[in-house]
Ligand binder design. Structure first.
Ligand code: C2E
Ligand code: MG
Ligand code: MG
Ligand code: MG
Length: 274
């Protein structure tokens, strides 16, 4: 019996290893064949429920049509460093989309992209962003770079320096997933970002207790009081949206408003006149 359990465990491990190898080995093909696709999740003003921008998240659409979410491949590409190329790819697609909006005379709403911690540890990051922006003639303030609180806590000096440089070139910045994981509350005291995105974990079930609501109100007040723009993530009900609006949160994102969607669908929603 013990033998059998060990064998099953080995098989399971082997299968997982094979899956991971497959993901690692097919990066180049996937990139070349444009299997990585940008989805946009609209960001909403809580004051009037208008769309004020979007966040870009990546999906891997495999040749057979299966859709992989980032949690299944981003950590692996962070380990082998390929995430950097993927992030620039996502950035360039979004910049190209902003250029298209400009050409068509559409309102150009800012779009945020996620950046891996590896960008903060590379001195050429801002130069590369600017090269891409120049290539398409897009205003830097239409792009926002999100770095997670976890990355910021682990590499505070690098991240702070990157945020400062981005500010100098007028790109927008945000601290993502604030309050998630093993956060260090005082990270937020002095971080040079425009926006703090409060993690979904704080929003989830907040409506179920007065203490949950109170806690959220205080977090929002603190972040606003420190001078940041506040965005709440993972809003799944109308009730949550109301609580956040009453607590002074300006902007929110979540399934109740809209899920991440392919760019064409986002265009139909935000630019119905074409
Ligand atoms: P994130 O940046 O915090 O992105 C928000 C995630 O929450 C997205 O998951 C989104 O689909 C999900 N979400 C939005 N609203 C709701 C909601 O109301 N309820 C729930 N349950 N979930 C909601 P997704 O797309 O699976 O991305 C997961 C994470 O992967 C992102 O978290 C981000 O950290 C990372 N990621 C995504 N795209 C990229 C990328 O291009 N580069 C890098 N470096 N990381 C990325
Ligand atoms: Mg997901
Ligand atoms: Mg994000
Ligand atoms: Mg987040």
């Amino acid at each position: 019996r013990a033998d059998c359990a060990v064998r099953l465990y080995d098989e399971e491990l082997g299968r997982k290893q094979a899956e991971e190898n497959e993901i690692l080995n097919s990066f180049d093909t996937a990139l070349r064949q444009r299997q990585f696709q940008i989805y946009l999740q609209p960001r909403f003003s809580l004051a009037d429920l208008s769309v004020v921008g979007a966040e870009a998240v990546v999906r891997w659409i495999k040749a057979d049509g299966t859709i992989l979410h980032p949690e299944s491949f981003i950590p692996l590409y962070e380990n082998n460093g390929r995430i950097v190329e993927l992030d620039y790819y996502v950035f360039e697609q979004v910049v190209a989309f902003q250029a298209k909006n400009g050409r068509l005379g559409r309102a150009q709403l800012p779009i945020s992209v996620n950046a891996s911690i590896l960008h903060a540890r590379d001195d050429s990051t801002v130069k590369k962003y600017l090269q891409i922006l120049n290539k398409y003639g897009v205003d830097p303030s239409l792009l926002e770079i999100e770095l997670t609180e976890t990355a910021t806590v682990s590499y505070y000096d690098n991240v702070k320096k990157l945020f400062e440089r981005l500010r100098k070139v007028h790109m927008m910045t945000s601290l993502d997933d604030f309050g998630a994981g093993y956060s260090v509350l005082n990270t937020v005291i002095d971080i040079p970002v425009n926006t703090v995105k409060i993690d979904r974990a704080f929003i989830m079930n907040c409506e179920s207790s007065d203490r949950g609501i109170y806690f959220l109100q205080q977090v929002i007040a603190m972040v606003k009081g420190l001078g940041y723009h506040v965005v709440c993530e993972g809003v799944e009900t109308q009730e949550q949206a109301g609580i956040l609006r009453d607590a002074g949160c300006e902007e929110a994102q979540g399934y109740w408003f809209a899920r991440p969607m392919p760019i064409e669908q986002y265009e139909k929603m935000v630019y119905p006149e074409g």
